[in-house]
Design a binder for this molecule. Sequence first.
Ligand code: SF4
Ligand code: SF4
Length: 378
Amino acid sequence: MLSQNDIRQAAHANGFEDVGFTTAEPFESHREFLQGRQAEYGWAAAVGLELMQGTDPRAIMPTAQSIIILMEVYFREAYPRVMEGHFGRCYLDDDRITKDGLARRIKAFRSHLRDHGIDSKVPFNLPHRVAAARAGMGTFGKNCLFYSNRVARHSSWVLPIAVVVDHPFTPGTPTIEMGCPDWCRNACIAACPTRALKGDGTIDPRRCISFLTYFGEGLTPRDLREPMGLYIYGCDRCQNVCPRNAAWLAADLPLNQKVVQKTPDFDLAALLAMDAPYFENRVWPHMFYMATDDLWRWKMNVARAMGNTRDRRYVPELARALESSGDDRVRAMAAWALGRVGGETARQALQGFKVNKNELLQEEVRLAIEAAADAGSR
Ligand code: SF4
Ligand code: SF4
């Protein structure tokens, strides 16, 4: 049978920077937390995430005795700035669909366990950050993220992977606590543009830009369009401003070539014009929380981001979307974005908009013409 040290060596051999152990006891406090916040986390069940079931490892694997936590540093290499500006870093090299990176390493690690008589499961709904803190591998931040105690210069750019096993191991000493220094003046809470962070170490996920970009319903309300800024899928703002992350952000990292190669596919103009085959072949395999039916939301987010760049080079694409998109939510956001970018060409595109029976869209165009005039005069 493998010793704890053998497991550590196998984890390191498969590229995991840190490894820890905890028991398979239920995560009672997390269950109570979820029970008390049904209104905020009810959406998870609607999209198939059985978070409540994940709080009991033995409901996932009846023979479970321990949980091994593998720590992946997902920001080990740098990403092109243009990608970081629009997409959360944790999605830039996400191989949950392509299974050509991290998934292979997890599989190799599990094969090693199996070869030595240890059965395992990697449940997606287990509270992996709480499990990692229970294993003593890190603490929490007031931005609700997990910070490593040992790797990536103690930053939050880590992804704990919980592997439930049918073998007992000596658990680590828990560090389930807030690790923020007293001198930090809650930079994350002040920086959150949509006030999703409540200040007591909890978050209203429904107000978080990440959630809004992939699950937001309908046309993004006007009061959220500027705060949501340039983000199209995900948001890293509360991590970027955090002093606990400064040391890693200052590190000189090699560029992730895999992400460099796919960067042209994520060009904003290409995304705004994409059809279903483009989305399914080039975008969805990497960012898959939205299905083809949600293409309108992708495009609406792209139009909003274009508007918030204030860059007039996007006017032709936005004018085309306003004129010919088959979805009024995309057209409305294209109108808003033209108004925000401003300038004579944007104004002409808005004024040339043909009467549409959708009154909300008409109103968006009217307001955008006013905004374009303001933007043009500055
Ligand atoms: S990810 Fe963005 S929107 Fe969500 S809590 Fe952090 S700063 Fe706020
Ligand atoms: S910004 Fe400050 S309060 Fe927020 S997580 Fe970082 S250290 Fe903690």
